[in-house]
Write a protein that binds this ligand. Structure first.
Ligand code: ADP
Length: 681
């Protein structure tokens, strides 16, 4: 039915019958008028439909053929093309041109036209030419824009938002200028997942255009008038493997496939790559690596596997865990070969030794890997099909035969022998969260917007089994109005959590699930994270929280308490007790032993209100150690592979920090190897 409607719309469009504009511009008919040309009278006959000028015939027999005659011969067509009488005069034939324009204007007025509206529709004189600047508050800090306009065009927009995350707000900074210029109005769709930055850009551009004299409603109207429904073309593509999703797992698989010379297509539904992988901060767990050996760190595959099982409350699939641990060192070697070295090793919760591998400069591992993977793919000439969402798996004779996908201007049927699902988890799909975990209904999420569980739904539709689907990890320190994650390092560097009563209620550095549960047991199910200037001075991440207005600050503890509606004496006592515990290196109350290197005594003092947020979905599609997707009947589904957060079993009931990155690199590689072996069969 939808298809039929599209077809009808296309035909109407081709016949010039359809317009999105509701109000007619003209009373249909043929109108005549006359004016005095250079050599004599010029007569015009104008034919209009409700919404367009379809013909302008001009008779001016007395005009000199090489001057006024040129105007007679050409201006009619120019007016039809411009859909306004106000076109440029033919040079050297001003009198005749002016006469023609005046006569056509008169005829159009007789047809009921509002000439200003025609001019506006034709894009005439929308702005006072010049360059206009404006500023608004983005997600990470101020966003400044500079818009240059001519009389009727936005000729350039430059946007500066140096504080924006490259993969989110940065995408808005990079793309919205182009989108606004194309739409010729600031009111374009924001970049999903970067709402704050998008809104800031749109409002700053609106302000600048208003300063340039624009009527924004008029710009919108012009856009609406042009806004015919896009009819998507149906396209068929052939390839060996379709990789669905360009997060960490999908890109790792794609690099492998390209290096092996295998034909594949990689799809990404968002306008940018990276997914939840960009959110990973810590590093990648790996055991028996050359870096550990060089740094004299003793570790073993067995220990890594045992720690992961214990961390996951032994719910994990032991075989998958064994594979993760066994293949981890070679995954680190492979990362070396593509210029994504992770030499900096430290300790991470739940590990028996120093095992988490991070970039040399200590930067966040997620963005680092996404940048390196994407750079490698570009170097290898791989083009990720962005804005293209896989919607369905195709099955023929019990085997996977490709995917259906939807791009910005086409509906694809991609025929392939194998498909790798690397679509990530479902932490951003709050309906799915509520379905599997009704108790988490309404919880905010820290997830990238693409994490909507598409791969899980598509795999289930072809008979895949799911495991541990209800296992969802909460992060305990998420600012609720922005969903911004307050990094664990704040507590690691010495911050404490207090409830509305002004009291501590937990060892702040227990596992994420335990701290989250403790918060949920407090009145109002939230807490405040409290720190001081010394901590701010030593942790770069804090600046972002301050510039985004998440912090409350005061010169005294009592002053801070007042702003939080906490009893000042209670909060002062809590801080005094904590500082004494740090001095004694003994937290008698809650047994905290880490993050006690500095007390909280340097004014000003800061607080951020936080509560748990959805962080990682540990369950998902069932796979075996070859990353083959397993059916509800316990058999591999021929041609279907999956890796990363879309799968379940690796993390069991609780994911250790550093294991998500290990999972995507290791199983992303395995999925590629298995799919290539399957192709070769
Ligand atoms: P992982 O860590 O497992 O690699 P990520 O969340 O980092 O997972 O990446 C998954 C990627 O898959 C995201 O970029 C997401 O936007 C993309 N994605 C999710 N569903 C689809 C889909 N149906 N079609 C194409 N891409 C998808």
């Amino acid at each position: 039915m939808k298809k039929l409607l599209s077809l009808v719309l296309t035909l109407m469009l081709l016949c010039g019958l359809y317009t999105a504009s509701a109000e007619p511009l003209f009373t249909p008919g043929t109108y005549e008028a006359e004016a005095q040309g250079f050599g004599g009278t010029v007569k015009v006959v104008v034919t209009v439909t409700e919404d367009s000028i379809v013909d302008v015939s001009i008779v001016g027999d007395a005009e000199t053929p090489t001057l006024g005659g040129v105007a007679v011969a050409t201006l009619g067509e120019a007016i039809v093309k411009a859909q306004t009488p106000n076109v440029d005069a033919v040079s050297g034939a001003t009198v005749t041109s002016t006469a023609i324009i005046a006569a056509v204007t008169e005829a159009l007025k007789a047809a009921g036209a509002d000439i200003d509206k025609l001019d506006a529709k034709a894009g005439k004189k929308l702005f006072t030419p010049g360059t206009y600047e404006a500023e608004a508050q983005g997600f990470g800090g101020p966003v400044t824009i500079s818009v240059t306009v001519s009389e009727n065009e936005i000729t350039s927009i430059s946007i500066t938002g140096e504080f924006e995350t490259p993969t989110l707000g940065g995408v808005a900074v990079a793309t919205l200028g182009g989108a606004i210029m194309e739409a010729r109005t600031p009111n374009v769709d924001g970049v999903s997942g970067a709402t704050v930055t998008s809104t800031a850009i749109i409002s700053a551009v609106t302000e600048a255009l208003k300063a340039a004299g624009a009527d924004i409603d008029q710009l919108d109207e012009l856009r609406t008038d042009q806004g015919l429904e896009v009819v998507k073309e149906e396209k068929s593509l052939e390839t060996g493997i379709v990789i669905v999703g360009a997060g960490g797992a999908g890109m790792a698989a794609a690099i492998m496939a390209r290096q092996a010379g295998v034909d594949f297509i990689i799809l990404e539904k968002m306008p940018y790559v990276g997914g939840n992988t960009t959110k990973a901060t810590g590093g990648m767990n790996a055991a028996e690596t050359h870096y550990q050996k060089e740094q004299g760190i003793e570790d073993s595959v067995e220990l890594f596997a045992a720690d992961t099982m214990a961390g996951g409350h032994n719910l994990n699939d032991p075989e998958l865990v064994q594979t993760l641990a066994e293949k981890s060192a070679e995954a680190i070697d492979w990362l070396d070969t593509i210029g994504a070295e992770l030499p900096k090793i430290s300790f991470s919760g739940g590990a028996s030794t120093n095992r988490i591998h991070a970039p040399a400069d200590g930067s966040a591992v997620g963005n680092f890997l996404v940048d390196k993977f994407y750079a490698k793919l570009s170097e290898l000439g791989v083009e990720v099909m962005l804005n293209t969402q896989a919607t369905e798996l195709i099955v023929e004779d019990g085997k996977i035969a490709g995917v259906k996908a939807e791009g910005p201007d086409a509906l694809y049927t991609i025929n392939s022998k194998a498909v790798i699902l690397a679509t990530g988890g479902f932490g951003a799909n709050l309906d799915m969260i509520a379905e599997y975990r009704p108790d988490l209904r309404g919880t905010v999420t820290t997830n990238a917007p693409g994490a909507t569980g598409d791969g899980i739904v598509m795999a289930q539709a072809v008979g895949a089994a799911l495991v541990d689907i209800e296992q969802i990890q909460l992060h305990p320190t998420v600012e609720q109005t922005t969903s911004m994650l307050i990094t664990e390092s704040v507590r690691g560097d010495g911050a404490i959590l207090v409830n509305q009563g002004g009291k501590r209620f937990t060892n702040e550095l227990l596992t994420r699930d335990a701290v989250s549960a403790a918060e949920l047991a407090q009145e109002g199910q939230y807490a405040y994270i409290i720190f001081d200037q010394h901590l701010r001075d030593n942790l770069k991440a804090i600046e972002k929280y301050v510039t985004n207005g998440l912090t409350v600050q005061a010169d005294t503890i009592e002053g801070l308490a007042e702003q939080l509606n906490i009893d000042p004496a209670t909060l002062a006592q809590t801080l005094a007790d904590w500082n004494a515990a740090v001095a004694a290196q003994n937290d008698a109350e809650f047994g905290r032993t880490t993050g006690m290197n500095a007390d909280l005594t340097v004014a000003p003092y800061y607080a951020i209100q936080i509560a748990p947020g959805i962080h990682h979905t540990m369950g998902g599609v069932k796979i075996n150690t070859s990353a083959e997707v397993i059916s509800t009947e316990g058999q591999p589904i021929p041609g279907l592979f999956a890796a990363g957060e879309v799968t379940g079993g690796v993390h069991g009931g609780n994911r250790l920090g550093g294991n998500a990155v290990a999972d995507i690199v290791i199983f992303g590689r395995i999925a590629a190897e298995s799919a290539m072996a399957y192709l070769a069969k």
